[in-house]
Design a protein around this ligand. Sequence first.
Ligand SMILES: NC(=O)c1ccc[n+]([C@@H]2O[C@H](COP(=O)([O-])OP(=O)(O)OC[C@H]3O[C@@H](n4cnc5c(N)ncnc54)[C@H](OP(=O)(O)O)[C@@H]3O)[C@@H](O)[C@H]2O)c1
Length: 318
Amino acid sequence: MGRIGRTLLRVLHQRNMLTSVVAVNDIMPKENLIYLLTYDSIRGSFPTEIKSTQNGFSINDQEIMYLQQPNLAELNWRTHDVNIVVEATGLFTHSSEAKHHLVAGANKVLLTTYSKDIASTILGVHSTQPSSTLISPGDCTINCVAPLIHTIEKTYGIGSVHINVIQGYTTRQELLDSPYKGLRRGRAAAHSIIPFEVNIRPVLETIFPALSGKIETMSTRVPIPCGALADLSIVLKNRTDADSLNKLFQDSSQNELKNIVSITFDPIVSVDVLGNAHSSVIDGTLTKVTNGTHVKLLAWFDNEWGYSNRLADWLEKM
Ligand SMILES: NC(=O)c1ccc[n+]([C@@H]2O[C@H](COP(=O)([O-])OP(=O)(O)OC[C@H]3O[C@@H](n4cnc5c(N)ncnc54)[C@H](OP(=O)(O)O)[C@@H]3O)[C@@H](O)[C@H]2O)c1
C-alpha cells in the first residue's frame, strides 16, 4: 500500500471495482494507512469517508481486511479466499519470491514492475495472457514507450532508439544527501536534476528482440513529486515526416491503442498530465523529424495514475 498500492485502490474505487478487494497487506500501522488513503498530496482527499473497522477499514460500508505481515511465507490467502494478489512492494519481483503468494493460496499474482525472470507483458504491444499465474506488466516507463516503439517499428522499421525519461522523484530516492549504491540516486531528490541509470534496456530488448543492441535508456529525475516526460530519439529505416508520424498515432490512438496512448496538440506541462489514465500522451507539438529518418518523439505520462489504470485493466482481464 505504497504510492502504487494506494493509487490502485483509488482507481478501483473510480471504476466501481472496489467490491473485489478482499484484503490489503502493509507494514505500517492501520491508522497510518487510513490517513494516507484519506489525504494524498498528489491526488487530494479520497472522495468518500474511510472508516476504521475491527478487522481493517471500510469504504462505502464495504469492509477491506488489513493485514500487517512483512513475511510473505506467513501470509495465508487461502483463509481469505483470495484469487489474485497485486504484489506492489517492489521487493518480491523474482518468481521464487512472488510464488509465495501462490503457496499461500492465491491463484495468480500481478506484479507492479518488471522482473528478472518473468517476461513483461505490455498492454498495447502484446495480446494479453491472463492465463499465466505470475504476471509482470512492466513498469510505468516501459508502458509509456513500448507501445510507441512497437507502432514505429512495424510502420517504418527502427535502426536505433535512445530514451531519456524525465520523471519526478519516487520513494526509492533520498530526501537529503545520503549514501546509496548508485551515487547520484542518493542526492537530495527535491534539490537537483539527477541523471541516473535505469535498467529497462534488457526488458525492452526482450520485448523487441530485433532491437537488441540498438536501444539505450536513462532517466533524469527532476524536483517534482509526480509526472513524467519520455524523450525518444529514434533513427528510422524508412523515411517519414512529423505530420505523418502524428497522424499515425492519431489513428492508432482511436484503434488498437485506444485508452493506452493518446496524442495532444495543447501546449501542456507536467501538472496537466496528472490524473490522465493513458500510459502515454504524445505531445504532437514537439514531434520533430530531421532529414526524414531522425525522429524526436515526446510523450507525457502520470507515472502513478496511468500505470495504476493499466493494473486495473489487467485485473479486469484476469
Ligand atoms: N511510483 C511510481 O511511479 C511507480 C510506477 C510504476 C511502477 N512502480 C513500481 O511499483 C513498486 C512500488 O513502488 P511505489 O512507488 O509504490 O513504492 P512505495 O511507495 O515505497 O511502496 C512500497 C510499499 O510496500 C511496503 N512494504 C515494504 N516491505 C513490505 C513487506 N515486507 N510487506 C508488505 N509491505 C511492505 C512499504 O512500506 P514502508 O514504506 O513502510 O517501507 C510501502 O508502503 C516498485 O516496484 C516500483 O518500481 C512505481
